[in-house]
Design a protein around this ligand. Structure first.
Ligand code: NI
Length: 227
């Protein structure tokens, strides 16, 4: 499932993040990836231990944990510390699939990358090209969102960032290990959660159908969650 989560960061938060990121020391993106990805990747990234990356990353994770749509869709178990990339003229990233397992630099432990996320930190009118394109069973999806918005997609999808022909695109990208590994199960739980909220608004939280549906949601989650 792909999901657009609008307004993860406010306009003021985006401005503050950009001010601190723009002043940081960016390096060739290939220093941060394995040789297979290096063939297709042309961009700049911030080193994982850059103070701006750590600070802004922390603010992003805080905003995500407080975002009900994100939490309901991702059911996050672990959010890896956000990374940052910058695409300028001629930069792009060809077809690839993200690594299945990554080390969490915060804990040293391994995490499974169930979901990939891109949080846009440039406005779409500030650059041409630079579209994130994600392939799934329904076809190719072209994603170019307002600054502060996030796209969530299965990490198993083939995806790319098309070449930039004007301006500059700054984004944060990161991975999530979900409590629920299977994309179809996660999708079903998300649909149920939305239905619970809708029925609850219509009937009140204590109505019998709302209580039954909420119970069914939690029993499924209890069966499927890996904690
Ligand atoms: Ni990728």
């Amino acid at each position: 499932m792909m999901l657009h989560v609008p307004g993860v960061l406010t306009a003021d938060q985006v401005r503050a993040c950009r001010a601190s990121l723009d002043a940081a020391a960016w390096v060739d993106g290939n220093l941060t990836s394995g040789p297979q990805a290096a063939m297709a990747k042309r961009n700049l990234q911030l080193p994982q231990d850059d103070p701006a990356a750590i600070d802004v990353g922390r603010a992003i994770v805080e905003a995500l944990n407080a975002n009900p749509l994100f939490v309901s869709a991702a059911l996050p178990r672990t959010i890896l510390p956000p990374l940052f990339n910058r695409y300028g003229g001629g930069h792009g990233f060809g077809d690839h699939i993200d690594n299945a397992i990554r080390r969490n630099p915060a804990t040293g432990g391994m995490i499974r990358t169930d979901l990939s996320a891109t949080l846009f930190l440039s406005e779409p009118e500030d650059y041409d090209g630079g579209e994130l394109t994600v392939d799934d069973t329904y076809g190719s999806h072209i994603v170019k969102l307002p600054a502060g918005d996030l796209i969530l997609y299965p990490a198993s999808s083939i995806h790319r960032v098309t070449a930039i022909t004007r301006g500059e695109r700054v984004a944060s990208f990161f991975w999530i290990q979900s409590l629920v590994r299977d994309d179809a199960r996660r999708r079903l739980l998300f649909d149920m959660d939305l239905a619970v909220q809708e029925v609850s608004r219509a009937m009140g939280p204590e109505a019998a159908p709302v209580v039954s549906l909420t119970g069914a949601y939690h029993n499924l989650l209890r069966n499927w969650a890996e904690v």
